[in-house]
Write a protein of this length. Sequence first.
Length: 508
Amino acid sequence: MNLSVREIAEACGGRLFLRGGLKTDAHVSSVVIDSRRIEAGGVFLAVVGEKTDGHRFVSRVFEEGACLAVVEKAPEQVQSETGEDCSHWGSYLLVEDSLQALKDIAEYYRSRLDIRIVGITGSVGKTSTKEFIAGVLAEKLKVLKTEGNFNNEIGVPLTLLRIREEHEAAVVEMGISDFGEMHRLSKMVKPDVCVITNIGQCHLENLKSRDGILKAKSEIFDFMAEDGEICLNGEDDKLSSLTEVKGHRPHFFGLGGNPAEEVTAGKIVSRGLWGSDSVLQFRRSGDPGAEKGEVNQGKAAAEAAYTADREKTAENVTELPIHVPLPGAHMVLNAAAAACVAGLFGLSGQEIARGIADIEPVDGRNHLIRLTRYTLIDDCYNANPASMRAAIDLLSLADTQKVAILGDMFELGEDSDALHAGVGEYAAAAGIDRILCVGTNSRHTFQAAADCGQGERRATYFPSREALLKALEQNPEEFIPGGSTILVKASHGMEFTRVLEFLKEKGT
């Protein structure tokens, strides 16, 4: 990476102690906070976490070839606290706050990069939309994308610091739970394209209302590039109200529910759990961003490619048939979002269609797992009311017995009981055959499902994950008939990956 020891010290301040002949103009190979990822010539930031103190691993990273450690504690303090001999430390930079240093280094590094970055946020679907956008852009460009759930104030700077000279674009997922967080993320990312998937009911404990969520998510625009572009979900009532942001007219994508949508996915034909066919329509009325020169040239080039690749069906409207390999209308919407962004990068219709068709599921997010005894829908990474409903819609597409294992949703504030009850009502109305509700808050999900006509045998309550697993071990067929399709979904803190692993073992 094109970053020197001197630049790191200048970016985050602190006192630099050089040892072993290290020069300030020496270039570093990487910046990490996980000692297991250190490489020769790399920089290790020693972070004090809830479970471990990174300062305990400083000696080890120098043995592995690290050139510099960024620390909050001097070697004398670490030796006093741990009894470890720190006399063999190499060069180190002593700062007040290692996490702030990480963000400062990432912000400086971003300022040095000549690369267009897509920043993605929203209440639901950030990760899936990230995968669609990165997958489509990768048909033409060398793309770096956020790994896993690295979307917070630690993950985002680490993502930025993975960008290298060969990358031509980056797709960065940006997640928050309170006001001010997105402002700080935007300051680091400085997105060229801002994408917001939706404004749903999540993190209400801090953000209070959907208007509060919109305000917090909109902080993504705070440090957007001057010639940046904005892509919003036109189906969302809150986002569709943003007709202008800092002098920029947003580009809207959707499913045809808003006449302002420039990219619309219509003529949807469900292929059940194995995806959907659709037709993307690209409308050029109004030509948003026409005054933006270079960016608009990319858009114009993309539109010319669309015209060459698709049959022109009406004035200023072109069509592109696509296959979305992941099930559910929300995945078709993700494809529309990806097409909207891809147009700004000058991709052709053929490249867009091929990129969408090649999308693969992400573990924990609508990931279908076929087993001998049944089929699993692994959506256990996280949950809120909107994503719960979307997952139930997906389960309802199955042509087998349908089983929903639903756990608690966290950070819903004072409306938590009602929101859990709403999920139970929704699952019952969707015709889910068995609804297994797990956790303290999910007793409201259970009660609502039972009140909507789900008998005791069909809606069942378990106070804990352990109680569920014990029941499934003792009487599996009572709750999960052979050949069923099973949805597994809850907030991350419920640790439903253990439920998933249990079912995978029993299902084979």
